[in-house]
Design a protein around this ligand. Structure first.
Ligand SMILES: Cc1cc2nc3c(=O)[nH]c(=O)nc-3n(C[C@H](O)[C@H](O)[C@H](O)COP(=O)(O)OP(=O)(O)OC[C@H]3O[C@@H](n4cnc5c(N)ncnc54)[C@H](O)[C@@H]3O)c2cc1C
Length: 414
């Protein structure tokens, strides 16, 4: 018969607990080893993850995207489709203006404003769009990634297949502007959310062919009230109101006027919205220009304006259009598609700082490219898309609350 003393039981117990401890340590070591190996493999995978970036449109947004993509270690090739010629791009005549934040962002991409024709005033940089595009195009021979720049090549339905069949993961950026079709051709929904900016506006543009394209600082005037009694419009209820804001901008050749007023139900505003009287609106713009023009500019007369000035014939509701779907992933082609710049959002009204809103989405492009290139699982793909979609919606939200007040109504420049 087997008998155990207390001493035996104790040593048996300690042997069992030592064994259990050994098992525990072994399991813990295995777990640690597994976690370390997994994170090492993931890190290796991330380091080696690569994608091809395809950009449609070589406007300010397309070319800035190209510079961003070329600096991303996960991008191994860039393809650009642009329907215009290089000459047409560098000759694009209208002015663009960059606000302080956009200047800082572009400086971070080594855009050297000291070596670009244009000028700073009140923290805003003014130049001609062609000058900015030429500056970026001149940087392209130095990009450290193989680049296939297809100029004078329109992106059409037939080209979609060409992109889909490129090898490996693709990130396609539709940067073809407010009238672009690329996002739709690539499978993004063509629905736009229309958001009222709670303001009415009218715009006018002039092409003064006898002038050259010298960028000019913008000028803003507030509290303008027009006497329209000659047109049978009663303006008496406007006397206490804050009145219209006028922004005069553009180059010396292409001049733009944007007239805006927060939504109101005054008789003057109602009449200017409802009555389509071209001569009344023309006279308003002529009067605005003549009293706010720079001293170097000659006065407008009616005969010239009749032939050369285009303008809205009445006040309209200023809206911000935001594409409902700005990002998607197509598994069969292993392809992300993003709409950027004015292809993603734009006003139906020129603010003179429009290009800033177009460039804002690019501030998260670097992160998006990294997430897109490295995503392995469905969850990773979703995370990349959610990040981009949130960013896109956030930009519109900020512009709805601050955009118009800042670029039109504010008395100070940011
Ligand atoms: C008349 C005018 C005056 C303006 N004035 C000012 C101003 O004074 N200040 C200011 O800050 N902003 C101004 N803007 C706004 C500014 O130009 C835009 O915000 C900016 O250009 C938007 O950039 P983007 O790259 O998104 O689009 P875009 O500049 O429109 O570029 C889109 C590019 O895509 C190309 N493209 C289109 N379809 C295709 C296709 N199917 N295949 C290949 N390529 C294609 C086009 O050729 C173009 O080069 C003005 C705009 C206009 C139209």
């Amino acid at each position: 018969m087997l008998t155990m003393t207390t001493c035996d039981v104790q040593s048996y117990r300690s042997a069992v607990s030592a064994l259990a401890m050994q098992h525990l340590m072994l399991t813990a070591a295995m777990v640690v080893l597994f976690v370390c190996t997994k994170s090492y493999v993931n890190q290796l995978r991330r380091q080696h993850a690569r994608c091809t970036v395809v950009i449609i449109g070589a406007g300010p947004v397309g070319l800035t995207s190209l510079i961003i993509a070329s600096r991303n270690p996960h991008v191994n090739r860039i393809v650009v489709y642009e329907e215009a010629s290089r000459l047409a791009l560098v000759n694009r005549a209208h002015q663009i203006a960059f606000d302080r934040k956009t200047v800082l962002f572009l400086k971070g991409l080594d855009v050297d404003f000291d070596n670009m024709e244009g000028f700073f005033e009140k923290n805003i940089f003014y130049t001609r769009i062609g000058i900015f595009l030429e500056y970026l195009l001149n940087k392209l021979p130095r990009v450290p990634v193989p680049l296939d720049l297809k100029m004078e090549t329109k992106f059409t339905r037939e080209r979609v297949q060409e992109v889909e069949t490129l090898e490996g993961r693709k990130v396609v950026l539709a940067c073809d502007g407010s009238t672009g079709e690329a996002a739709r051709l690539l499978g993004l929904s063509d629905e736009f959310e229309q958001n009222s900016c709670k303001a009415y506006g009218a715009t006018a543009s002039m092409d003064r062919a006898d002038q050259c394209c010298v960028p000019m600082a913008e000028r803003r005037y507030h509290g303008l009230i027009f006497d329209l009694a000659a047109y049978g419009i009663d303006t008496s209820d406007m006397q206490d109101a804050s009145g219209f804001t006028l922004k005069l901008f553009g180059s010396s050749r292409y001049r733009y006027m944007s007239l805006a007023i927060p939504k109101s139900e005054s008789m003057l505003v109602k009449n200017m919205r409802l009555i389509l009287d071209r001569s009344m609106m023309r006279n308003i713009f002529i009067k605005c220009f003549n009293s706010c023009r720079a001293s170097s500019e000659s006065e407008l007369n009616e005969t010239w304006a009749l032939r050369n000035m285009k303008f809205s014939p009445r006040l309209f509701d200023i809206k911000l259009f935001q594409r409902r779907e700005t990002v998607a992933y197509f598994e069969d082609a292993d392809m992300f598609v993003c709409a950027e710049g004015e292809a993603a959002r734009c006003y139906n009204f020129q603010t003179g700082l429009d290009v800033n809103m177009a460039l804002k989405g690019l501030m998260t492009l670097h992160g998006m490219l990294e997430m897109a290139a490295c995503s392995q699982t469905e969850y990773d793909v979703m995370s990349a898309m959610v990040m981009k979609a949130r960013d896109s919606a956030g930009i519109s939200k900020v512009y709805l609350s601050k955009g118009l007040p800042q670029s039109i109504f504010s008395t100070s420049f940011s």
